[in-house]
Design a binder for this molecule. Structure first.
Ligand SMILES: Nc1nc2c(ncn2[C@@H]2O[C@H](COP(=O)(O)OP(=O)(O)OP(=O)(O)O)[C@@H](O)[C@H]2O)c(=O)[nH]1
Ligand SMILES: [Mg+2]
Length: 247
């Protein structure tokens, strides 16, 4: 299997942004432009699972335009959880790791304009994780059908009830992590898919790192297809139930 990091990992920025992608050719170019236009001291790392559309090729074209983009290509679709942990490992192993690492979906559900607000919250609270939350006061979801809302609410309910987490939105993938926390937790992150969001929060709580929520407006994807499948839902349920059993 060929795993390939394209672009320099010698980047030296305060912030790293991980963008996991599978079939995001219709979104990725504009998303990169929008993040670049924020003029943060940031590096972007796209983790692409050899998308069948042109996602990786488009990212390579953007690398000619911006020097601060890395692309990690994995041979096949291997899950959101491993994409995120691979991203953490790449940033942590760089000679000068960023102080803060963001994760966000590459389908425009997460508005890049919210990045500075999450970063400001992180700088203020010195937390392990700041979560862009749909379920705190001021947070909202636009455009999701009823069934999708139920899936999300139920996933949050299970995580809160079974793991004793007090957060309102434990499943949001729009986050800012402190590198201090990631260095401690990385050896204990083993999630394959969406349960990574719970595993990271659980690790933060176990290690006495604070986790804070800040409101975001989440918008249903307008272009490209959802990757949430029954396999992912089963994997999530299996993780949360096993975690309860272990605790
Ligand atoms: N590299 C990689 N990225 C993935 C994988 N699964 C999902 N993604 C990306 O992770 C992000 C979240 O996936 P989505 O399909 O939007 O899942 P979702 O937001 O739960 O579902 P929708 O709300 O229906 O869009 C997107 O940027 C996807 O392209 C995967 O197996 N590998
Ligand atoms: Mg999405």
């Amino acid at each position: 299997m060929v795993y390939q990091l394209i672009g320099s990992s010698m980047l030296n920025s305060e912030v790293g942004v991980i963008l996991p992608t599978y079939g995001e050719a219709e979104n990725i170019s504009k998303l990169i432009d929008d993040i670049e236009n924020l003029k943060l001291d940031a590096s972007i790392l796209v983790i692409d699972d050899s998308s069948p559309d042109r996602t990786a090729e488009i990212v390579q074209e953007k690398q000619n335009q911006y020097p601060n983009i890395m692309l990690y290509v994995r041979p096949k679709k291997t899950g959101l959880g491993t994409a995120i942990t691979d991203g953490f490992k790449i940033f942590l192993s760089s000679p000068k790791p960023p102080k803060y690492v963001f994760t966000m979906d590459a389908d425009y559900s997460h508005n890049p304009q919210d990045l500075p607000q999450l970063l400001a919250t992180m700088r203020e609270c010195d937390c392990g994780i700041v979560i862009g939350s749909r379920y705190v006061k001021g947070g909202r979801i636009a455009g999701w059908p009823f069934t999708r809302k139920i899936i999300s609410k139920t996933a949050n309910l299970i995580a809160r009830a079974s793991l004793g987490l007090k957060l309102k939105d434990c499943t949001s993938g729009y986050r800012c992590y402190s590198t201090k926390f990631l260095k401690e937790a990385i050896g204990n992150l083993h999630s394959q898919t969406y349960e990574i969001q719970i595993e990271t929060v659980r690790q933060a709580v176990l290690r006495n790192f604070n986790v804070k929520e800040t409101p975001i407006l989440f918008v249903n994807r307008k272009r490209g297809k959802s990757k949430l499948s029954w396999t992912e839902i089963k994997s999530y349920l299996s993780y949360t139930l096993k975690a309860v059993w272990r605790s």
